[in-house]
Design a protein. Sequence first.
Length: 475
Amino acid sequence: MSTKIVPVVMAGGKGTRLWPLSRAAAAKQFIRFLGDETLLQKTLLRVSDETLYDAPLVVTNEDFRFLVAEQARELNVKLDGIVLEPEARNTAAAVAAAAVIVSQRHGRDALIQILPSDHEITVDDTYRACVANAAAAARTGKIVTFGITPTEPATGYGYIEIGAEIGNGVHEVSRFVEKPSADVAQQMLDSGSYAWNSGMFVFSAGRMIEELKALAPEVLAAVEKSVENAKGDLDFTRLDAETFAEAPSISIDYAVMEKTANAAVVPAAITWSDLGSWDAIWKLAGGDENGNVVSGHATVSDTKNSLVMSREAHLAVQGMDGVAVIASEDAVYVGRLDRSQDVGNLVKLLAADKETAGLTENHPTALRPWGGYTSVLNGDRFQVKRLFVNPEKKLSLQKHYHRAEHWVCVRGTAEVTIDDKVTVLHENQSIYIPQGSVHRLANPGKIQLEVIEVQTGSYLGEDDIIRLVDEFGRS
């Protein structure tokens, strides 16, 4: 039996609390908010210590499968696999699937660490000691969660009341507390006996399976059938959709942690944030001498204690205090930092209006396994996109029934296949792809390829792509 921990990274969430940058189809774990790595990549780097961890297993959904694979590839991180949930059934089903799969691959005694993919954590000696203490307790049969030492009376987190010490920094769980009101949160902070519920766990695969069998048998039964009927697809494990859908939608906290006699908690005085709101981004980044965090294309004047971020258009913010001004390519959010927990309510209003619902789902920049594209301009019978293709990657061999395309190479080298002819384009050269022709775009070079694509025709939807050959297994 390996003494290493199998990290299981949960990367299927589609949260919109960091709108307009984060959306249903562009979740926050894949976004670079601060620094060069995405939150998912930072999570993968956190478990890259081969003396402590085996290769990570990632649980995600169908829409994000290539994002996960590509972001791991960028870091040269070898994964134990990518498990695809057919639909969202909350965390109990995801944890159950991980426990069953790890048990099959590594044995029932294998230790698992559940890690959300969208948290920011500082890895230091304190963090490593917490993981070691949790692992030691998990080997005795405990299901150990990490209780983050609170620094403020936050109302956006659940809490854990810490009980008597079991030993070696591990405590009993007295109870779990739902997200509290401000007054109750202050009382819990003042008592010193409560911690934030981090959503991170360490347990043995066999123990979790036993607890699920006793406390949430419907979840386990559905997931076991789904794993048994799973299909392999490239590096992905596709759980069976029909049987997975039979699992009740319930969190692992409700299904197991609040009922089990084996719950334990490690109080963790670590630097941690779930980056669930814009004020969390602002606090984590640390401001300048005026308390401002400014990122991207932005200028501030006579402004303090504010977060200003822009990807494309230049933001100019003057005479403000304690605000978040966030601009994506197609939307701008302006609000008070101390009200940023309410962004979700604003997103619900947008989603309820058919004129703005698309702003909550899709982003102008869509990532693909080969790179991606940004929608630049849309009009009657035409649209303009900026394509970016990673080195040595290529799009599918495809055709369109309803549109023609014009490609202009603006950076790098493009290899263009049209029917049986291959043409190499360099910067400032262009080519025309007639409607109905079989074509492909590839980047044979060592730098990213950028192409401006102008589509013209009667229908320009993404579903007018007939893939004939695709190295990523898409139909």
